[in-house]
Write a protein that binds this ligand. Structure first.
Ligand SMILES: CC(C)(COP(=O)(O)OP(=O)(O)OC[C@H]1O[C@@H](n2cnc3c(N)ncnc32)[C@H](O)[C@@H]1OP(=O)(O)O)[C@@H](O)C(=O)NCCC(=O)NCCS
Length: 166
């Protein structure tokens, strides 16, 4: 098993990111919303990276990749919708099917929490998880997130919201 490092997404990642997203397209679509077909091209992924990096420059988005030695991307993790006035953001993550069960999502969420604190000085993180996604709920709970009481859930009955105060 190759060691994995987490780093900020960069503009030169298009080829490796396209391979990661294509190899795992069906796997991800079992748990999270499908992307447009146009995403799955070099141009589509290049545009996607440019949009994420401009969000990073604007201070609204912090995209990371999990990379094995040799440059293979095995996961992604994002701080999304960073709101400096509310000092909050949403977390999102996805791990290659072949790399699951090694603790990488837990590592990624812990990294997001650390970056949220040290880099962005945030105090609140949220995550939205579809009801059947037991693995994702376990990762969040292990990292200290609490499921919102049903009475306060704003999303649909098929999706649950988790919160972490940091
Ligand atoms: C959910 C996901 C991120 C988990 O990644 P991972 O790297 O395997 O996660 P970890 O290894 O850190 O931990 C997962 C834990 O959930 C458990 N788990 C996985 N599937 C499970 C299931 N169906 N029921 C109960 N537990 C489950 C694992 O056994 C593991 O617990 P353990 O370490 O005690 O054995 C990964 O499956 C994924 O990317 N799925 C598709 C995209 C997605 O769902 N993203 C999250 C959107 S909210």
């Amino acid at each position: 098993m190759s060691p994995v490092r987490i780093r900020t997404l960069q503009s030169t990642d298009a080829e490796a990111l396209l391979a990661f997203e294509m190899d795992n397209r069906e796997w991800f679509e079992r748990f999270i919303d499908a992307r447009d077909a146009a995403f799955y091209t070099v141009q589509g992924v290049t545009d996607h990276i440019a949009a994420y990096l401009s969000g990073f420059t604007a201070g609204t988005w912090h995209p990371f990749v999990l990379e094995e030695a040799g440059g293979t991307i095995v996961g992604r993790a994002n701080l999304k919708g960073i709101d400096m006035s509310e000092r909050s953001a949403e977390v999102g993550y996805r791990i290659a099917q072949s790399a699951c069960g090694r603790g990488l999502a837990t590592l990624a969420v812990r990294h997001l929490i650390q970056e949220a604190q040290l880099h962005w000085n945030l105090k609140q993180l949220v995550a939205n998880v579809y009801a059947g996604n037991m693995g994702s709920a376990k990762v969040l709970e292990r990292c200290g997130f609490l499921i919102e009481p049903l009475s306060r859930q704003e999303t649909t009955e098929h999706e649950y919201r988790f919160d972490l105060s940091i």
